[in-house]
Design a protein around this ligand. Structure first.
Ligand SMILES: [Zn+2]
Length: 378
């Protein structure tokens, strides 16, 4: 059903464009042209074309519905890639796309973007009845979901539900829940002193941090809760009692209660340690990175997805995700979205690969989602 040659061309064209987070300009312009050719009724770039110091806004295109009473859906992907993504040379061999080995492949998320474009091509070519479709290509997903976090609400107001094509697993894989996340900075302040001459005049910020870290919860807490202290920096020289040590971490859970609990345990570990150093002090910075999302199996987004998969013959696999994605922010901003598998494998590494068949199936799936609308009703 899909035009395989067209998909191969779109995918390889897209990954060859250098598109790091904050540097999506060129890929955004490419996609604008494609969406125009596909007949979008409105194409906008939000936030006046720049978010968080980047050179592009989110690209949002609407396709008017051609039938009454059908749901208004969103199809979303992100335009940016993690580094190394300059001069990607995709190679298709034995049915698998890979890079030449010195870069990522960029299937995260150009596989999703390609699948959306192909679904729209098929929609146009087959004249199927459909509701309003909003295509959202976000920026800066990879560095903290800044695109979806800052998306302008006026463009997404009337969306009933959405599909974020940005996950691993073949067509039919879907993630219906994701965690909330806090990022945490613990900054231990001590007092500097010469370590050989007068260490008693000093207070070691590193000793304070060490005590705290030893008492801090770490790793998997339960099936839906994790936490991690990921980086640490402190001290200036071996002969100086360190007056500063900063520890950066995160905690995630699909349960708000459990998240609050593990975060307060982490904070308490640091507070207790700081209490043992009366000359020192502690600073804690805590920020909600994104909220949890949950789309129930009985919700329209998943019911329609299952209908689309059964029409295409793709087995459905519903699972919770442990990571954050644009779907988290779309839920917060007003429409529920599930995270859809497009086959990307070993992403964020130079070994990243994508089965040719998974790419075609993802395109087929997007078309089937649009097609399923008319059997679904609102
Ligand atoms: Zn991604």
């Amino acid at each position: 059903m899909v035009n395989e040659e067209r998909m191969r061309k779109t995918f390889t064209d897209l990954v060859k464009i250098y598109a790091p987070s904050k540097g999506e300009r060129e890929v955004c312009d490419y996609l604008k042209k494609e969406l125009k050719k596909l007949g979008a009724s409105r194409i906008v770039e939000d936030n006046d074309g720049s978010i968080n110091g980047g050179n592009s806004g989110n690209l949002i295109a609407t396709f008017n519905g051609n039938a009454e009473g059908l749901p208004s859906i969103a199809l979303t992907g992100h335009m940016d890639c993690v580094e190394c993504c300059r001069n990607i040379e995709p190679v298709l061999k034995d049915g698998v796309f890979r890079s030449k080995g010195n870069t990522i492949l960029g299937g995260d998320d150009k596989a999703g973007v390609t699948a959306i474009l192909e679904g729209l091509h098929l929609m146009k070519e087959t004249y199927i009845p459909h509701g309003k479709i909003t295509v959202i290509f976000t920026v800066q997903e990879e560095i903290g979901l800044f695109g979806s976090r800052n998306i302008e609400k006026e463009y997404i107001q009337d969306i009933d539900f959405g599909y974020t094509l940005d996950a691993d697993g073949p067509a039919g894989s879907v993630f219906n829940a994701g965690p909330s996340e806090y990022t945490l900075d613990f900054i231990c302040h001590g007092v500097a002193a010469h370590a050989g001459m007068c260490p008693e005049k000093g207070t070691s910020a590193i000793a304070m941090a060490g005590l705290a870290i030893a008492a801090c919860p770490n790793g998997r807490i339960d099936e839906e809760t994790t936490c991690n202290l990921g980086t640490i920096e402190g001290g200036t020289a071996v002969n100086i009692v360190p007056d500063r040590c900063a520890v950066h971490g995160e905690a995630r859970s699909r349960s708000t209660e459990k998240l609050e609990k593990v975060v307060s345990q982490m904070e308490n570990a640091f507070r207790k340690a700081a209490d043992k150093f009366p000359e020192g002090s502690l600073e804690i910075k805590k920020e909600k990175a994104y909220d949890a999302f949950l789309v129930k199996e009985s919700d329209p987004a998943l019911r329609l997805f299952k209908g689309a998969c059964s029409a295409a013959g793709f087995p459905v696999k519903v699972a919770p995700s442990g990571g954050g994605s644009d779907a988290n922010w779309f839920g917060t901003k007003g429409f529920p979205s599930v995270l859809v598998g497009v086959g990307m494998t070993d992403f964020h590494t130079n070994k990243e690969n994508l089965k040719e068949k998974d790419l075609y199936d993802a395109g087929e799936l997007v078309y089937r989602i649009i097609e399923a609308e008319s059997h679904f009703g609102k």
